[in-house]
Ligand binder design. Structure first.
Ligand code: NDP
Length: 331
């Protein structure tokens, strides 16, 4: 294949307006890197929504190929760790922001950024997990390291990508999961992933001045931030932890006080999927292959093509995407 398809975002320097469309590229167009990958699948994450649209400050170079993750087959490699035919996964390292990403039939990257596909997963399943699911696993591992309490584990933004995978993993590990959603129509979906209780979003978004509330949650994976994180911190059991992964509901921690930390020993754990060292990435992917039931993963998947991406970018920023969007770049 001398020419291949990619979703390319261009920017008009005068007006500052961006435009995204499927374009033909050649191998010589790809950025520097030791490994060239024939991409099978990529996904749509919240950051991709920002990068497909007006950029939100994330895109470092135009024209740009977004797509913060991909899975595929090594086509050529100048690095001893990989040979043609190897199946690989990429998440993080600012790929799809500062370096061209996975919305392309070919990608060229540093070998350090890849991990071998873990046994038990194919490239489509790996991207059904994608950055969102990888981050959910990192959050679960961080909660395990700190120790979980007796009460249910709360997952906020539960019908979204990170929330869906976190719900399925935690339930599969035997935890009682309470799923917070602003979409009541997703109750059956969340219960099918293993949530035992649905918490309406509005129950946790009112900002209160109370320094503490009753101890309810034995752990929390928080994809939302904002007022919800402020409330949840006050409802954590003594000595438990909140793994904060996202800010879909706001970048500040509204209404929070220092009391949960000093009177209840609550931990706020920041989870970053972007700069994870190789060993951590490998460990998380191996745990995903072991602890995430594949039938539940399948229930989360919405298929898409490169041409669907401009609309899907808008949908995910509007909180309208359910579960995981898997982009077949060759469809
Ligand atoms: P999604 O859009 O798939 O999910 C976010 C969910 O949050 C929505 O589905 C919705 O869930 C809920 N939500 C959206 N807006 C609001 C709001 N205003 N108030 C309360 N809840 C809201 O995104 P992802 O799951 O892919 O990512 C979630 C967050 O995590 C994003 O901020 C993303 O940037 C971040 N992220 C961080 C990573 C890291 O390394 N730390 C890696 C990946 C993502 P519902 O409809 O169920 O209420």
């Amino acid at each position: 294949m001398s020419e291949f398809n990619a979703l390319v975002v261009t920017k008009d320097e005068e007006s500052g307006k961006t435009n995204a469309g499927v374009t033909k590229l050649g191998l010589d167009d790809l950025p520097d890197g030791k490994v060239t990958v024939a991409v099978d699948y990529s996904t749509v994450n919240y950051k991709d929504g920002l990068c497909i649209g007006p950029g939100g400050g994330l895109v470092r170079n135009y024209p740009h190929v977004p797509g913060i993750d991909f899975a595929g087959t090594v086509e050529s490699s100048e690095d001893d760790r990989y040979k043609p035919g190897d199946k690989v996964v990429l998440t993080g390292w600012r790929v799809g922001e500062a370096h061209w990403g996975g919305y392309s039939q070919k990608a060229r990257v540093k070998a350090d950024w890849l991990v071998p596909l873990p046994s038990g997963l194919d490239t489509r399943q790996a991207m059904a997990v994608g950055t969102a699911g990888f981050t959910a696993m990192l959050a679960v591992m961080a909660l395990e390291d700190q120790g979980l309490g007796k009460g249910p584990v709360l997952v906020t933004g539960a019908a979204g990508g990170v929330g869906s995978v976190a719900t399925a993993i935690l339930a599969n590990l035997g935890h009682e999961v309470a799923a917070v959603t602003g979409r009541p129509e997703q109750e059956d979906y969340l219960k099918s992933l293993g949530a035992s209780r649905i918490v309406p979003r509005e129950e946790l978004t009112e900002v209160t001045r109370k320094p503490l509330e009753g101890e309810v949650w034995g752990g929390c994976v928080d994809a939302v931030g904002g007022a919800m994180l402020g409330r949840v911190l006050k409802q954590m059991e003594y000595g438990t932890s909140v793994a904060a992964i996202g800010l879909a509901g706001g970048a500040a921690i509204e209404g929070a006080m220092i009391t949960p930390f000093i009177l209840r020993g609550v931990n706020l754990l920041g989870i970053d999927s972007v700069m994870q060292p190789y060993e951590n990435r490998l460990r998380a992917w191996e745990r995903i292959a072991k602890d995430l039931p594949m039938d539940k993963l399948e229930a989360m998947v919405q298929p898409a093509t490169l041409a669907d991406l401009p609309q899907l970018g808008k949908d995910i920023l509007g909180g309208q995407v359910k579960g995981r969007v898997v982009v077949d770049v060759n469809a």
